[in-house]
Design a protein around this ligand. Structure first.
Ligand code: 6PG
Length: 469
């Protein structure tokens, strides 16, 4: 007999945690996993919550166990597996049943799947879920996309399981089709940039100021009590202060410097180029990860050129200046991310709710930080304005861009790579330069290709230099 409020397919870490969260909030849930041993294991570990969970051994059983109209969350790997799962479920479901893809899907796939669902059903929602395993278990940040009516049907469950910021659930409908997965993609791009900026600050302290990992951890912990307060700074402090039980060394000193990635940062960068809204800090972060992966090449480089001198004199840069630089870099990164979302919204016909995006990121997700509440206010009070020009953040930039400049300058002269901080500084300088150097580019384009240019002293376009006969 149908009894469950919702179903979930895929009992990997995220799916298992999300199922327990749903059960804990008082909803009956049915679960299914391709390998049924995993389902048995999950049920054995579910404790008291197992009373609200119905394990099923086939898709038919799963569907039969759900109250109509049914809703099924997919927590399986992004890509072809999602299409295959939709194909397998479709003959078993009614047209107004709902499939929810809660993985890190490429939003272009979500747009395609939404269009397909509209034609033949069942209905489809694309949902970005952030917060890792801990978030999924105790309160993630949820970014939804699809038909609003479908979102409304399951939003009571989503709001119940989501993280809360001062009582407000971090679960928001972002717009039609791929909007939710797009916002999650930009979240991840920003996540990459936040992490890279922190790693660069760590590098300045480790290689420039010769500080030990635990001492750097103490600095991060102090910063976490100030304007940089955030989940990523908090865990960076933890990581830096942790000792490797096998060697008794700081764990950071035994972790290989080769970073992995699953691709969402790259999607952010690709999309930014497509819609003409560059995100250079995120680009630097993605490039940084790729360069980190080329360990052998970097070793060859060090053998060939020698390591840079790196060590700073003790008074070259203060920890407070480094903190201010990190803040300025972070503001630049978010400014770029919000401009990207604004432009993509226009391209894809979404009206992405900028303040609500900042709000939904205030709790539960990986990039949660104190600054996001100020961003939500700034974007509410100054709609359509680049974040760096809003009064609150303009003031922050006035107070911190010199520290960013000094940090980048000191790092560069000592051979310390700071690509994301440098990109942030260049963005700041570019955005406050009314007369850029693109007049030269227009001159070159006209010279070799007769592409034409505009003039500062006349209206219209299509002017040519005297080099065009
Ligand atoms: C989140 C994270 C998560 C992401 C991991 C790994 O919001 O919870 O963004 O969705 O999958 O952080 O990402 P990379 O492997 O690309 O670093």
């Amino acid at each position: 007999m149908a009894q469950s409020d919702i179903g979930l397919i895929g009992l990997g870490v995220m799916g298992a945690m999300l199922s327990l969260n749903i059960a804990e909030k008082g909803f009956a849930i049915s679960v299914f996993n391709r390998t049924s041993a995993k389902t048995d294991d999950f049920m054995a570990k579910a404790g008291q919550l197992a009373e609200s969970i119905t394990p099923t051994k086939s898709l038919e059983d799963l569907v039969a166990s759900l109250k109509p109209p049914r809703a099924i969350i997919l927590m399986i790997p992004a890509g072809d597996a999602i299409d295959a799962q939709i194909e397998a479920l479709t003959p078993l479901l009614d047209k107004d049943d709902l499939i929810i893809d809660a993985g890190n899907a490429n939003f272009h796939n979500t747009i395609r799947r939404s269009a397909h669902a509209k034609e033949r059903g069942p209905a489809f929602l694309g949902m970005g879920v952030s917060g890792g395993a801990e978030g999924a278990r105790h309160g993630p940040s949820i970014m939804g996309g699809g038909e609003k009516a479908h979102w409304d049907r399951i939003s009571p469950i989503l709001e119940a399981i989501a993280a809360k910021y001062e009582g407000q659930p971090c679960a928001t409908w972002m717009g039609t089709d791929g909007a939710g997965h797009f916002v999650k993609t930009v979240h991840n791009g920003i996540e990459y940039a936040d992490m890279q900026l922190i790693a660069e600050a760590y590098g300045v302290m480790r290689d420039g100021l010769d500080m030990t990992a635990p001492a750097i951890g103490d600095v991060f912990a102090t910063w976490n009590d100030g304007p940089l307060r955030s989940y990523l700074i908090e865990i960076s402090a933890e990581v830096a202060k942790t000792t490797d039980p096998d060697t008794d060394k700081p764990i950071l000193d035994v972790i290989l410097d080769r970073a992995g990635q699953k691709g969402t940062g790259r999607w952010t960068v690709i999309e930014s180029q497509q819609v003409g809204a560059p995100v250079p800090v995120i680009e630097a972060a993605v490039a940084g990860r790729n360069m980190s992966a080329d360990l052998d090449m970097r070793k060859t480089g060090e053998d060939l050129f020698g390591a840079a001198p790196r060590t700073l004199s003790p008074d070259a840069l203060s920890i407070d200046e480094l903190e201010a630089a990190l803040m300025a870099g972070k503001i630049m990164c978010y400014a770029q991310g919000f401009v990207l979302m604004d432009k993509a919204g226009a391209t894809y016909d979404w009206s992405l709710p900028m303040p609500a995006i900042a709000e939904v990121w205030r709790a539960g997700c990986i990039i949660r930080s104190a600054m996001l509440d100020d961003m939500a206010s700034a974007l509410t009070d100054n709609p359509g304005t680049n974040l760096m020009f809003t009064p609150f953040f303009a003031e922050k930039m006035r107070n911190s861009h010199e520290a960013l400049r000094k940090t980048v300058a000191v790092a560069v002269t000592h051979g310390l790579p700071v690509p994301a901080m440098s990109a942030a500084l260049s963005y700041f300088d570019t955005m406050r330069t009314a007369r850029s150097t693109a007049n030269m580019i227009q001159g070159q384009r006209d010279f070799f290709g007769q592409h034409g240019f505009e003039r500062i002293d006349r209206d219209g376009s299509g002017y040519h230099g005297p080099w065009v006969a």
